[in-house]
Design a protein around this ligand. Structure first.
Ligand code: ADP
Length: 372
């Protein structure tokens, strides 16, 4: 019989908090329970970072699940911070678990997300990373789409990363961007059968067991959708902000709402929306502009959700060809209309990061480099 959330809660109700004298369920310290067969993951929320009780409570939680539910359960517990007890939580962009231990040398971590596949999310992620790298910034790109990694194709790089003597992965480097993708490591068909928790633990290894070094920006290409895997990823990384990619159709915009809601849930600021495939200008009729998928959708939604539109990227052949040929358009042809729009969107994103970093009580230094 499969394990359910109620069983987990009942088991964890046996774990007492040593100082509060109440159990962890009554104290509402257990969040985001995810179960896949014998794999159980959840977040243990502590009031403070590095709470000395965290390891002890984790061990007790695991013990309770093995004792009351299944001795063979595989339990993966993340420690989060109980944001509800903090002041001005909505103003704190980096409030995730132990941020100082995850990617400590990275100044800004930006997630590029979309409600569904095929809207150009990876194309936007690789071009944002490329536009940032062109300014002279140190940039990393992490392909967290375990089931459909596209970074190797988009950079025409399929080499296996080297390993340091400390058994850390050295990112593959192209056009000055350090990158890691599951596509460099395993046969993609193999990854497809992975269960959610296996995928999230692979992502955690990308964070902690890769020699990223010092970076100004880390761009995260999230898997499409707003499900448990995405939620776990955005909770694992101390994100500076998220960029949501959408096409102009109403149905795609509904997905944006879900994306914004997901980031709000974990208090990650949404830096803005990029509307991709916004319009088409026929190369032989440059005076014409066609809104193939509708017009103004992202703007209206952005107003409704109170997030800016960072850019409107045209549908064009060069961007698609550049992606297929393995050189992002902002590197292959900076003058292309789509490249210009992407560079502008990236600058808007940087401005939004700066604005937020100065307005909110950020815990991390934000170092912005603008194009000359
Ligand atoms: P996702 O990551 O959302 O699944 P991709 O970035 O892989 O989407 O893009 C899907 C396909 O659409 C790719 O072939 C890509 O080159 C193409 N594409 C993305 N944006 C545009 C655009 N603005 N104009 C033309 N083709 C595009």
């Amino acid at each position: 019989m499969s394990i359910n959330k109620e069983q987990i809660k009942t088991a964890l109700a046996h774990v007492l908090h040593p100082t509060e004298k109440q159990d962890l369920i009554s104290l509402d310290m257990i969040q985001d329970i995810i179960i896949q067969d014998k794999y159980i993951t959840f977040t243990l929320e502590m009031p403070e970072k590095n709470d000395v009780l965290a390891n002890d409570l984790k061990a007790k939680c695991e013990g309770a699940i093995k004792k009351f539910i299944d001795a063979e359960a595989i339990v993966d517990i993340q420690v989060g911070i109980n944001v509800s007890k903090r002041k001005k939580v909505e103003d704190t962009p980096q409030q995730q678990a132990e941020p100082q231990q995850i990617l400590p040398g990275v100044k800004n971590i930006i997630a590029v997300a979309s409600g569904k596949g095929g809207v150009g999310k990876s194309t936007m992620a690789v071009n944002i990373a490329s536009a940032l790298a062109k300014t002279g910034a140190k940039v990393g790109l992490m392909d967290t789409d375990i089931y459909g990694p596209s970074i190797p194709t988009m950079f025409n790089t399929f080499e296996r990363p080297n390993i340091t003597t400390q058994k850390k992965l050295i990112p593959v480097e192209k056009h000055g961007i350090k990158m890691v993708s599951m596509g460099f490591l395993v046969d993609v068909n193999q990854a497809i059968v992975w269960r959610g928790p296996m995928a999230t633990s692979a992502i955690k290894q990308f964070m902690t067991e890769v020699e990223w070094g010092e970076l100004d920006y880390m761009v995260l290409d999230l898997p499409p959708g707003t499900g448990d895997i995405q939620l776990t990823i955005v909770q694992t990384v101390p994100l500076s902000g998220a960029v949501i990619v959408s096409t102009p159709q109403v149905v795609a915009l509904d997905d944006v709402r879900k994306g914004v809601a997901m980031f709000k849930k974990v208090n990650v600021p949404v830096l803005g929306v990029i509307e991709n495939m916004s319009y088409f200008v026929p190369p032989d009729m440059p005076e014409k502009k066609y809104h193939i998928f509708g017009e103004g959708g992202a703007k209206r939604l952005a107003e409704e959700l109170n997030v800016p539109v960072l850019g409107e990227i045209p549908l064009d052949q060069p961007i698609r060809e550049a992606g297929d040929n393995g050189t992002p358009i902002v590197i292959a042809d900076e003058e292309a209309a789509s490249a210009q729009a992407l560079i502008k969107a990236t600058e808007n994103m940087q401005n939004e990061l700066t604005r937020r970093a100065t307005e909110v009580n950020s815990t991390k230094k934000v170092d912005i480099k603008f194009r000359p």
